[in-house]
Design a protein around this ligand. Structure first.
Ligand code: ADP
Length: 221
């Protein structure tokens, strides 16, 4: 019900705002002074941002409604797929990534765990100022779970924010410093919890962060 409201009822008035502002701009172009054009620009920008936020809320709600059954997947192949998706970001930033201990088989919703890993790795690349990102992806057997860790050499996070960053739309920086809406980690947490696992962070500000998440071993895998 929420997803339906978000994708129809909330988007329709927003489209109307956007399209009438566009019409105003085109139809009255010669009558509008610079201030009026600036105001329209900010109004359109607001409508666009609202659209992005609604789509983020939709993705968040779909973690539970569009989840697929857990199945045996090859963790190495899953990670290869994630790195392929991030190929451009990795190349452009010169990121070095190492992997260790990836198990042959894990039992997960592979689309969701790929999304979780992709969010964490792209954050590790993004929140890394003035240095080449170095990322270590490790999986450890911590019975009864598999424990994943993604260690970066980025800007780090103060301990007082360790919990807050997993709440929807919570960000520690302005849009101009780092792009984003603050939804990525909330989605990661929802995915980890759907798998009956957990997610947390440890960090040394200025040195880097390590994000951990667990997924229980199921049926011996
Ligand atoms: P977004 O990336 O859209 O800002 P996220 O939910 O992915 O949203 O992250 C929330 C906040 O947590 C980020 O804005 C940032 O302040 C902090 N953060 C996330 N990952 C890292 C990281 N690897 N290093 C430092 N800070 C991070």
């Amino acid at each position: 019900q929420f997803a339906y409201v978000a994708s129809h009822d909330l988007q329709e008035p927003l489209r109307m705002v956007g399209s009438y502002l566009g019409l105003l701009e085109r139809r009255f172009d010669d009558k509008l002074d610079k201030d009026a054009k600036d105001f329209i620009f900010y109004a359109v920008d607001g409508a666009k941002r609202m659209q992005v936020l609604i789509n983020d809320l939709l993705s968040y709600s779909r973690v539970s409604t569009r989840g697929k059954p857990f199945e045996i997947v090859n963790c190495k192949q899953l990670v290869e797929g994630v790195l392929k998706n991030l190929e451009i970001a990795i190349k452009e930033s010169g990121t070095e990534i190492t992997t260790e201990g990836l198990p042959e088989e894990i039992v997960v919703d592979s689309t969701q765990i790929s999304q979780l890993l992709q969010n964490l790795i792209s954050n590790a690349i993004k929140f890394c100022k003035n240095r080449v990102p170095k990322i270590e992806l490790k999986v450890e057997d911590k019975l009864p779970d598999w424990q994943f860790s993604i260690k970066d050499n980025g800007i780090g996070i103060e301990q007082e924010y360790y919990e807050r960053i997993f709440i929807i739309f919570q960000r520690l920086h302005g849009k101009t410093d780092y792009p984003g809406t603050g939804m990525g980690l909330a989605i990661c947490k929802k995915i980890a919890l759907r798998h009956e696992g957990d997610i947390w962070v440890e960090s040394e500000p200025g040195q880097g962060s390590t994000f951990y998440f667990t997924v229980p071993k199921r049926g011996g895998f």
